[in-house]
Design a protein. Sequence first.
Length: 192
Amino acid sequence: MKPYASWSAALMAVVLAGCSANTTPSDRPATNSEAEVATSAAVGTGEIVLTAVDRAGYDAVLQEHAGKVVLVDFWATWCSPCMKQLGHTVSLTTQHEGLAVVTVAMEDPDDSEALKKALSARNATATTNLVSKAGGGSPAMAAFDIPGGSLPHYKVYGRDGKLRQTIALDPTAEKQFTTADVDAAVEKLLAE
């Protein structure tokens, strides 16, 4: 096999399966500046609020949305499918009453300006925007229960705060999920 052929095959596998987490773990402790990545802006002003969280902080955000259906989109700027689908996820915020949309960037909190830029380009001012304190390595994927570290990854919570559905890539499946599958999961829970 020619050298470029194996490289091309590996690239195609990543494109078809989605994006896997960076293999460089980011398990250093968060500094105070990382924990305070949030900008002080009101929702809807055009400014992006981005908050660094660990699993406990994520769970606290979910509790803040008690009584609503919550859609969580785990994404990264280095993940092409994530970037394509993020705009759709953000748009659901204004399409459904009773739905809260949370985005979680699985990247280094020090990259907050690039993350805010990506969110701003998708008008994500009405969503709750988080970034993993642990970045996007294996420890972070384990903390947020993202098996295999493949992104994009979605979690849908019912009004009772319980995880009702996970929408994730399945490398063995003939067909991967689409945004229509995400929409159907949200609509099903909103109808309950």
